[in-house]
Design a protein around this ligand. Sequence first.
Ligand code: B12
Length: 332
Amino acid sequence: MRISELSRRVGVSSDTLRVWERRYRLLNPRRTTSNIRLYSAVDEARVRLMTRSLGEGVPAAQAAELARAARLTLRPGTTGQVLEHDGAAAARRMSAALDAFDESGAEQALQQLLSEYAPLAVIRDVVVPYLHEVGERWAAAHMTVAQEHFASNFLHSRLLALARGWDCGLGPHALLACSPDELHTLGLICFGVALHSHGWKITYLGAATPVEMVSDVASRLRPDLITVSVSVTGRLEPVLAQLADLAAQWPLAIGGPATDARAAARCRALHLAGDPVTAAASIAAAGAWPAGLRPPVGLRPPVGSRAGRDGGERAAESRSVTSAVTTRGTSD
Ligand code: B12
């Protein structure tokens, strides 16, 4: 909304709003291509908090500080694709804030996007590319290790906030873990958030999980899918045999930059290529397990499959699997 609309809604003059924006960084408008400031629901909520504190006699600077620090819960946006201009502007603001160790500034930039766009669109179109850029800047020494840690910890906590309640769901059940010694969890969390948005129930074991531990948990929970994520080159090879044993009992998928279709074929797993949001959509579109793969012994068919949950062997007929998912052959 423009400043005149914001002013009308909150009952504060445009001049005062501009002062609060300039002096206290209370507002965080985005600019259109013709340089018009547009304010979001988050800005509106902050102005309301500010005026409430002022009404209670709190000095302006302190009232602004309180409003900026407040954790605002807004109805999430629903737009499925972040406009390039919005994404680039938000990523720039988030990046500048994180470089300056300004968590609230980064939070504002992210919240503004989340108030306008669906969380999955924000993850796919802004968070994942931003993380990639972090890696490149870090590798080129344009970012210190401290800045990189600060940024990835910020996103780790925000992604887990989006994951809240992912263990509930009536759809199929996925068990997610990183391979042994693997600390790169962000891609896997994005995958879990995305899969949950398709109705899946998620159990997340997190970083550096020994394969035998994944297997123990699987025996207890009997998941419809196990996904193991590997990011660092060379981490997959030493556990391929163990993963093959796991895949003999449970439907197994592997994803992350250190995985590929050949390695997946060697451990008899499904390879999830591409970004986690698209990979999750492909899995969801294909049911609990893409057709065309021989199901492991004892696999429970997915909800809604022809065989039904107690129907024994999974229906073999093909369902389409998008290009984000590369499957292993059925002849093994
Ligand atoms: C954040 C980060 C960290 C954080 C991780 C925090 C966390 N909680 O995850 C910390 C600080 C812990 C870290 C540590 C290290 N890191 Co690091 N890290 C990164 C960074 C900047 C971002 C990784 C990330 O989350 N990206 C977001 C994901 C979504 O994007 P992506 O990794 O490109 O993955 C793509 C796909 O594979 C897919 N995807 C990813 N995961 C998954 C999972 C599933 C299930 C699916 C379906 C898809 C999928 O989505 C992406 C888009 O297509 C990358 C840089 C980069 N270019 O990625 C380096 C990077 C991954 N790290 C690297 C290295 C070397 C390390 C360290 C060894 C550094 C060190 N010397 O200590 C340690 C290793 C720690 C360990 N034992 O694992 C290298 C890996 C190089 C290699 N090829 O092996 C990278 C590439 C940096 C670089 N340019 O050299 N790191």
